[in-house]
Ligand binder design. Structure first.
Ligand SMILES: Cc1ncc(COP(=O)(O)O)c(C=O)c1O
Length: 404
């Protein structure tokens, strides 16, 4: 297995830009050489449309495309290929579930969404609630920024139809015990969707163990190409969904009057997919699977904990979220200074992080802020990057303080 300290060298972007510290991996990760090679190789050798050609190139593309589905089964411990649906990203996956359940809900049914929800796991439920006259309630958090289990159990007494959870918050880095939460929700008969966009790139996820109805994530946040997402879960839960998109590829029989749909997974995969990107996603999955992921996660956690400790020693810094076990991200503000000014000045020094509401406006409102800076790490982030970042944040703080 490759040693963790060598990983940065596998990323051409990192190797070519020693002047930049990329701390925006929660938004999207950089790609290792093997993924770039797979993308180029596919376009140069194996590129044709999938599932529809009678020629050898299409057959080759189809078999490489389906190999990614099989790799995902192993990666996630999903029993059958029909339980892995390719989408264009987490946002589309959640929309497919929320819109796909329209005919399955009754007025006044309840949807529970956790307080850290990314807009992608909130707005589609708001739309469903509006269209089907449902109720929508939020699940409060505990002091660590995780779902408050006691409050969740109280809400479950109202027998929600749907529970939408974040596995890991993209702002707080808090990680929910989604196995336990799913088990509780199922006791009350709810269908559970887990947004794993910020989880799968950091640690191994076992879908069978979580036992949720739907699990969603994006390839681009886990070292794979952009434009590819996954919707997975229980077969009956996926079969329950009315397809969001209809058209070519998802039908078996079509007349001018009507059509008959395919079975899973094709039923939920209308149109031409991002062919080469799905194929290259397999390279990212294989790359991750060759590593000791538990060790890499422990190392990431160490880096984040050390960074958080160092940040907490800066006078006037406000840190948000889970102090115990944050996954991948640290959100903060320098008291008295606007987060845009802080990140803009950091950017001038080559430290690339994000500021704003991070697509979680209601969460930030509940924290009493309208925005914050967020740094987020990937497998290429080095301890030296963190040291440099701390030094520059200190310099930026002195500079901004003197301007006052
Ligand atoms: C927790 C979470 N959910 C959903 C999304 C949306 O992902 P995508 O833009 O790939 O659809 C993000 C992206 O930042 C996220 O962090």
């Amino acid at each position: 297995m490759s040693q963790p300290h060598t990983l940065a060298t596998e990323f051409p972007f990192i190797a070519r830009h020693p002047d930049l510290v990329y701390l925006d991996s929660a938004a999207t990760t950089q790609k290792p050489q093997v993924v770039l090679d797979a993308l180029m190789h596919t376009y140069q050798n194996d590129y044709a449309n999938v599932h529809r050609g009678a020629h050898q190139l299409s057959e080759r593309a189809t078999s490489a495309y389906e190999a990614t589905r099989h790799q995902l089964m192993r990666f996630l411990n999903v029993p059958k290929p029909e339980q892995v649906i390719f989408t264009h990203g987490t946002t589309e996956s959640i929309n497919m579930v929320a819109k796909g359940l329209l005919k399955q809900v009754q007025p006044n049914d309840l949807i529970l969404v956790d307080q850290t929800a990314h807009h992608a796991n909130l707005v589609p439920w708001q739309v469903l609630a509006r269209e089907a006259e449902l109720q929508l309630k939020t699940i409060p958090l505990d002091t660590q920024g995780c779902i408050d289990i006691a409050a969740f159990e109280r809400l479950l007494q109202h027998k929600p139809k749907i529970v939408a959870l974040s596995h890991v918050s993209n702002v707080l880095g808090s990680c929910n015990d989604v196995c336990k939460l799913t088990q509780l929700a199922h006791q009350y008969g709810a269908w559970v969707l887990v947004d794993g966009a910020q989880a799968v790139g950091h640690f191994s996820v076992d879908i069978s163990a979580i036992n949720c109805d739907y699990y969603v994530f994006s390839s681009h946040k886990m070292y794979g190409p952009s434009g590819v997402g996954v919707l997975t879960g229980k077969q009956d839960a996926l079969e329950r969904l009315e397809p969001l998109l209809t058209g070519g590829e998802m039908v078996v029989q079509v007349s001018y009057e009507s059509s008959r749909y395919q079975d899973l997974p094709h039923r939920l995969e209308a149109g031409t997919p991002p062919i080469a990107e799905v194929i290259a996603f397999n390279a990212a999955l294989s790359w991750l699977m060759q590593k000791d992921r538990a060790q890499l996660f422990a190392q990431e956690q160490n880096l984040i904990r050390t960074m958080r400790q160092a940040l907490s020693e800066i006078e006037g810094i406000e840190l948000y979220g889970a102090s115990d076990h944050p996954v991948g991200v640290i959100a903060f503000n320098l008291t008295g200074h606007h987060h845009y000014d802080v990140t803009a000045l950091l950017d001038q020094h080559g430290i690339l992080m994000r500021s704003g509401h991070h697509c979680a406006m209601p969460l930030l409102q509940s924290l009493g802020i309208e925005g914050c800076c967020r740094l987020s790490i990937g497998l290429y982030t080095q301890p030296e990057d963190m040291q440099k970042t701390i030094e520059i944040i200190q310099q930026v703080k002195v500079f901004l303080d003197e301007l006052e």
